[in-house]
Ligand binder design. Structure first.
Ligand SMILES: C[S@@+](CC[C@H](N)C(=O)[O-])C[C@H]1O[C@@H](n2cnc3c(N)ncnc32)[C@H](O)[C@@H]1O
Length: 257
């Protein structure tokens, strides 16, 4: 992207574009939004203007996409399908054919972006999946350390010792990433919904940059203080760090119907 100061991104599993909107709001121009659900794609096309003028909306299976076409894009984002990992699902996790993490890793290898964001449900953090989460972190960190069959969703376990050796100094490739993960709750950022998601953020090791998780702007404790202790919640429109932004109750004019 030499000579071009616009940050660009590719997103997999875009759905109707929730994460994609947030990334666009952060200043990125999407180059590609990939999704195979036709209704979600219709929504993306309807809102094309929100994603950037040069954005291609690809309706199709991730497995058949050649990501080398987007090599050099700054950011790869992926809200990988969460049914294999969610508490409500059948818990087949990594052996579920909807485990599309191998496709995320392939996209990372083919694009070689400066940063990768992978988002998934909180259920991924349960104890029984801890080795799988370690595998995700290590595979993001060492993209060129390949399993025997990179497309096999079940090959991860056999590959984990190799990745651990890579972490301990066995990866000589300059193409490596620093990976952090964090659990965020949308309600702590002013969204009127409790939605907990785990985020993996990988920054390419040659990039002079770091990432720290955002600090919550809203909290239940702050809401209680504003409602019960100061009563600001009921009277104030002011907001402050850690407080809930509220609006004055609507006045109803006497005598109006
Ligand atoms: C968890 S949702 C993504 C939600 C999205 N990130 C958002 O912010 O709304 C996963 C998406 O992956 C899509 N998907 C599942 N398998 C796919 C495949 N093989 N190729 C492309 N898209 C796929 C689903 O249709 C679904 O919209």
């Amino acid at each position: 992207m030499a000579g071009n100061s616009t940050l660009t991104s590719v997103e997999l599993f875009t759905g109707a574009g929730g994460l994609a909107l947030g990334i666009a709001a952060s200043g990125f121009e999407h180059r590609l939004l990939l999704e195979y659900n036709k209704h979600a794609c219709a929504t993306l096309r309807e809102n094309r203007a929100a994603f950037g003028v040069n954005c291609q909306i690809y309706e199709g299976d991730v497995a058949s996409f050649d990501f080398t076409l987007f090599a050099g894009v700054d950011l790869l984002a992926a809200g990988a399908p969460c049914q294999p990992f969610s508490i409500g699902g059948k818990h087949k996790a990594h052996s579920d054919e909807r485990n599309l993490f191998p496709q995320v890793f392939r996209a990372q290898r083919e694009i070689r972006p400066k940063a990768v964001i992978v988002e998934n449900v909180k259920g991924l953090l349960r104890e029984s999946l801890s080795n799988f989460v370690e595998f995700i972190e290590l595979q993001l960190a060492h993209p060129t350390v390949l399993p025997a069959d990179p497309r096999d969703p079940e090959g991860w376990e056999a590959h984990l010792p190799t990745l651990r050796a890579a972490r301990d100094g066995g990866d000589r490739s300059p193409f490596r990433y620093v990976v952090k993960k964090t659990l965020l709750n949308s309600a702590n950022f002013g969204v009127p919904q409790r939605r907990e998601r785990v985020f993996f953020v990988a920054i390419r090791a040659d990039i002079d940059g770091d990432w720290t998780p955002p600090r919550p702007t809203h909290s239940e404790a702050a809401l209680r203080v504003a409602m019960d202790a100061t009563a600001d919640y009921w009277t104030s429109t002011a907001s402050s760090e850690g407080a809930i932004q509220s609006s004055k109750p609507r006045q109803v004019a006497a005598g109006s119907g």
